[in-house]
Write a protein that binds this ligand. Structure first.
Ligand SMILES: Nc1ncnc2c1ncn2[C@@H]1O[C@H](COP(=O)(O)OP(=O)(O)OP(=O)(O)O)[C@@H](O)[C@H]1O
Ligand SMILES: [Mg+2]
Length: 388
């Protein structure tokens, strides 16, 4: 698949962008701070409905504007699909598919599939568990768009159950039967939706694990082997009578979550927060028999992060429909061996969009089309433009 057109209105430093893109390799070149990453960020936003740099949408809207628009035309095996996303400040975002409004922006997820490599990826190894959960959830959703609904349902239940736990405040309501009945209802909902989300993640991790191991081996052949495992906040997954497929058996997971909720109820009431569920889970990364976080060197951490992205690229490719490769400044960060490994993968991709401050960072021999990015002072402030 490839993106044929990218249009922006008031997105980050771009007042207007109207870019015809082609399959093959294209490089966005320009000095630091001129708006190159903003372009790939817009494409990643069209893929996942989120930014890889910020957790809220507000910074994506150009300063002084009240909304941003990101429009793409995606070509997948000859069929075109137009996605329009309106990111609004203080109200719900809107989306259109082939110019028709859709009920929820979630409906566009899965149309554009891309894999982004960016300097921020180091946080996959060194950052909080939330970074790794988002990595899994974004990939699971791209591959199976129904997961978007599962995530939304879980988030809603989690918010409401957390609000209830807070309102029950400390131990005051411990004897209040009706309040506890309501909590029982929310326990079942959390277990039901939580089990669905966990099953989707564990299924994904099972498929990712061998790919991560392979990719890491390719990037860092002299290092210890890399492995990944899903680490649940409940220990029920490790019990002796768990079925072989415990990780993806929803009924088993639901029962395990309910048991864990019952066991931790007092602590949850005490603290006014949800202590059990997939929002507390992690993707464990190991090098040899040590956790990568806190032990891996800088180079090893980088290789691990790149291996996680390469593995997601391989899975998406195996699903059919080559994903678009987005490479934000990564060549500059890699040594020769890893540069070659990544370039080898990029070699076969249908479309690769690369950002670089200097052309020397692009592997020699790549005859990529160049798009020069400029920054101009206009009435509307400093805006990014394409040099003609
Ligand atoms: N909401 C916004 N409104 C206006 N300008 C913004 C907004 N968000 C970011 N910018 C501007 O965008 C620029 C950064 O763009 P970007 O990250 O794409 O740069 P870059 O070309 O990738 O630079 P580098 O080579 O350093 O990675 C900064 O000048 C920043 O001030
Ligand atoms: Mg950049």
């Amino acid at each position: 698949m490839y993106v044929r057109h990218l249009g922006l209105h008031d997105f980050r430093s771009w007042a207007v962008a109207d870019l015809e893109l082609e399959p093959g390799r294209m490089v966005f070149v320009g000095p630091n701070g001129f708006g190159k990453t903003n372009l790939v960020e817009a494409l990643w936003y069209s893929t996942t409905l989120g930014s890889h740099r910020v957790s809220t949408d507000q910074p994506l809207i150009r300063a002084g504007s009240s909304r941003a628009v990101v429009s793409t035309i995606v070509v997948n095996e000859g069929r075109e699909c137009a996605i329009d996303l309106e990111i609004a400040a203080g109200r719900a975002n809107k989306a259109r598919l082939n110019r028709s409004p859709v009920r929820s922006t979630r409906e566009v997820v899965g149309v554009l599939r891309s894999v982004l490599f960016a300097p921020e990826d180091l946080a996959l190894v060194r950052g909080d568990p939330s970074e790794r959960r988002r990595y899994l959830d974004d990939l699971a959703t791209m591959r199976r768009p129904t997961v978007a609904g599962v995530r939304a349902d879980y988030d809603r239940v989690l918010r409401q159950r957390t609000a209830l736990l807070k309102s029950l405040g400390g131990s005051r309501h411990r004897g209040d039967a009706s309040a506890l009945d309501t909590l029982d209802v929310w326990d079942s909902r959390l277990a039901e939706h939580g089990a669905q989300l966990m099953a989707a993640r564990i299924d994904l991790v099972n498929q990712l694990a061998p790919e991560v191991e392979k990719s890491y081996q390719l990037l860092a052949p002299a290092s210890r082997p890399a492995s990944i495992a899903y680490r649940a906040s409940i220990d029920g997954l490790a019990v002796a009578d768990a079925p072989d497929n415990a990780g993806t058996d929803r009924e088993f997971l639901e029962a395990a979550l309910l048991a864990a909720l019952a066991a931790r109820r007092n602590a949850e009431l005490e603290r006014g927060m949800c202590l059990v569920g997939p929002h507390r889970d992690d993707l464990e990364l190991r090098l040899g028999d040590q956790p990568a976080k806190g032990f891996a060197s800088h180079g090893e951490s980088w290789s691990f992060a790149v291996a996680l992205r390469l593995a997601s690229y391989e899975l998406l490719r195996a699903d059919g429909g080559e994903p678009v490769l987005l490479l934000d400044d990564v060549f500059a960060e890699l040594d020769t061996a890893r540069r070659q490994a990544l370039a080898g993968v990029a070699e076969s991709a249908e479309q690769v969009l690369i950002t670089a401050a200097v052309l020397e960072d692009i592997p020699a021999g790549w005859d990529a089309r160049r798009v020069h990015i400029d920054l101009r002072d206009e009435d509307a402030g400093r805006v990014s433009v394409v040099q003609r």
